[in-house]
Design a protein around this ligand. Sequence first.
Ligand code: SF4
Ligand code: SF4
Length: 182
Amino acid sequence: MTVHEFVKKIFFIEILQGLALTFKHLINPSVTRQYPTEKRESFPGARGLHALVRDSESGKERCVGCGLCAAMCPSQCIHIYTSEDENHKKIVDRYEIEVLRCVYCALCVEACPYAALVLTDHYEYAGYTRDEFYYTKEMLLENWDKYMAGDKGMNYIKNFWRPRSSDFPAPASPGGEERKVS
Ligand code: SF4
Ligand code: SF4
């Protein structure tokens, strides 16, 4: 045993350090929030309940039913059912998310080429049955109206919908100069 270790043992240095830390926390104000009476402000980009973007012109979903979000989803909780109209245009008959299986990774948002799906900042949802958390297309569109109305939704897409082409600068040409992209 070294002298340093011996001194630490004799004078209970580690116990005193532990007690000092405890007393420090007794004096400092607590950071625990008394939810639900005290709530944290939600912040932009928070990953809460899903919403399907409602196109402002047509009033319908922006989703075209390509299925990329469902293919990317690691929880496989997105289900899309499509059909064709008489002009061979794809129609999204059903778009459903099993919210209880979601891990809020936002890969579906990133995968969507049309910015048609977002995660809202709404996090206070609870229920008594699993069925309540099976969100249909209509429910997801309602979520857009409720939680992303006005500029909020468009600001979300502007700030958090990634990747964009601007995230990938043009690679340098073999000569060392940056290649021009028209
Ligand atoms: S956030 Fe992740 S887990 Fe949830 S639906 Fe999207 S891809 Fe699936
Ligand atoms: S990736 Fe976008 S457009 Fe394609 S099905 Fe999903 S939400 Fe719809």
